[in-house]
Design a protein around this ligand. Structure first.
Ligand code: NAD
Length: 482
């Protein structure tokens, strides 16, 4: 066990779980246990809530906004100063290629902190021109104690999408990483403590979803839940949070359509289709997992996509040359293999991959990039989120057919459109029921651009100025002047 035992961060102190229990963290590329982390109890959650509330009423609540922003900015700087170590931890517990951790995820997380740090002293109330003889003004106040519950696919980045706006707007935070991937969240807590964040402002609670997560959702002292994860977990959280009427934002699953018209730059579209599904091993909520291809180019296009998929080989995630890492866990790998079997049974044609693979060590949860053709809308792999490197290709006949097929999903997270016809591109973008539309590109993000779902992909927006709404509340003050 190379990283040893890790404790909870509550009120600026590192502690064991109240019952002393721990749970293992596994490196999916080697199948080895690399750390033991505390498995928090409801009592630990309660202690974190008390600490977060005290910090809110105390040092964090009274700190000038600009100073708060400066601390959040410094956290971004520190993240970059320790980017090599952070990236290594992210790759060790998640299995993603080190290039993705070091050059995409960690820099994006640092940038997000610095972006929201800049907003700290720029969000404020206004005066309101009412009809009577009163002065009416508004105060923009923090929501309060915010719990961030996050998944294992982008463990640090998705946490930061919540932690950064929450802290910048003056909230205090309880961060619960996924049980598979707690290491970077713990390291973030260490950095914040060392930088002088007051105790209780950022608490890190590791443990299971069913115990620690559920205790957070049920705790009456938490004002808001910012959740990213599976749609069914999100539905359960929404139901539980109703009992204490917490604010909630949910970023859930997807089955995003990537639509390729015959008039597209086909080489660029082939790259976009493969990167859209195989980046991050397909464990990307916005993955372009449904490839909609115009019938007239289908065979030629899918042959090229399959060819590219076959050339992508899995490698050691810590090797900078690796572009395809390990699936995050054994259970996730088995789930994906189950979908592959279902696709075959339901009559889809396997064009590439379809098997478990290895990198010469005989260990690790690696899968071949997989492409299925002849997929129809009623098949399981066209409807359900697989969250793995499996592409389902569906053919369409014309623009309206493409739009109808793209929208025939319970999800609406993202979408892609490939065409050289500018009118068609914008028309389709206007018709797609999705929170993001990428035209002639895929899987690009920026802290200044909002991200979030339509339909059962959730509600609320992360990144951008729109996120600020979800971490503040408006107080209206009436002053009688007569
Ligand atoms: P998950 O729902 O199993 O777990 C997410 C988090 O919720 C974990 O921290 C888990 O411990 C916790 N949790 C589980 N049960 C809980 C409960 N009852 N109460 C409180 N917390 C609980 O999801 P996952 O498997 O870790 O992540 C994969 C999912 O996340 C996919 O569906 C994916 O599409 C989605 N996702 C969405 C976005 C987005 O922005 N929309 C981004 C990334 C991932």
């Amino acid at each position: 066990m190379m990283l040893g035992k890790k404790q909870l961060l509550i009120n600026g102190e590192w502690r064991d779980a109240s019952n002393g229990k721990t749970q293992p963290v596994v490196n999916p590329a080697t199948e080895e246990v690399i750390a033991e982390v505390a498995s928090a109890t409801p009592e630990d959650v309660d202690a974190a809530v008390q600490a977060a509330r005290a910090a809110l009423e105390g040092p964090w609540g009274t700190m000038p906004a600009r100073e708060r922003g400066r601390l959040v900015y410094k956290l971004g700087e520190q993240l970059m100063a320790e980017a090599d170590e952070m990236a290594r931890l992210e790759t060790l517990h998640n299995g993603k290629p080190i290039t993705e951790s070091r050059h995409v995820e960690i820099p994006m997380a640092a940038e997000c902190l610095q972006y929201f740090a800049g907003w700290a002293d720029k969000v404020h109330g206004e005066t309101v021109p009412v009809k009577g003889g009163q002065l009416v003004y508004t105060l923009r106040e923090p929501v309060g104690v915010v719990a961030a519950i996050v998944p294992w696919n982008f463990p640090l980045l998705i946490a930061i999408w919540k932690v950064a706006p929450a802290l910048a707007m003056g909230n205090t935070v309880i961060l619960k990483p996924a049980s598979q991937t707690p290491l970077t969240a713990l390291k973030l807590g260490e950095m914040a403590t060392n930088l002088g964040f007051p105790p209780g402002v950022l608490n890190i609670i590791t443990g299971s979803g069913s115990t620690a997560g559920q205790a957070i959702v049920d705790h009456p002292g938490i004002d808001k839940i910012a959740f990213t994860g599976d749609t069914s977990t999100g539905k359960g959280i929404m139901k539980s949070a109703a009992d204490t009427l917490k604010h909630i934002t949910l970023e859930l699953g997807g089955k995003s359509p990537n639509i390729v018209f015959a008039d597209a730059d086909l080489d660029a579209a082939v790259r976009g289709a493969t990167m859209g599904i195989f980046y991050g091993k397909g464990e990307v909520c916005a993955a372009g997992s449904r490839l909609l291809v115009e019938a007239s180019i289908k065979d030629e296009f899918l042959a090229k996509v399959a060819d590219r998929a076959k050339k992508m080989t899995a490698g050691d995630p810590l090797n900078p040359k690796t572009r395809l890492g390990a699936i995050s866990s054994k259970s996730q790998m088995e789930r994906v293999l189950g979908y592959i079997e279902t696709a075959k049974k339901e009559g889809a044609t396997l064009l590439a991959g379809g098997e478990r693979t290895d990198i010469g060590t005989g260990k690790g949860y690696f899968l071949q990039p997989t492409v299925f053709g002849d997929v129809t809308g009623d098949m399981t792999i066209a409807r359900e989120e697989i969250f793995g490197p499996v592409l389902a290709a569906i053919e369409f006949t014309d623009v309206e057919d493409a739009i109808a097929k793209a929208n025939s999903s319970i999800y609406g997270l993202a979408s892609g459109v490939w065409t050289k016809d500018i009118k068609k591109a914008h028309y389709v973008a206007s018709k797609l029921k999705a929170g993001t539309v990428w035209i002639n590109t895929y899987n690009v993000y920026d802290t200044a651009a909002a991200f979030g779902g339509y339909k059962q992909s959730g509600f609320g927006r992360e990144m951008s100025m729109h996120a600020l709404e979800y971490y503040t509340q408006v107080k209206t003050v009436w002053v009688e002047l007569a």
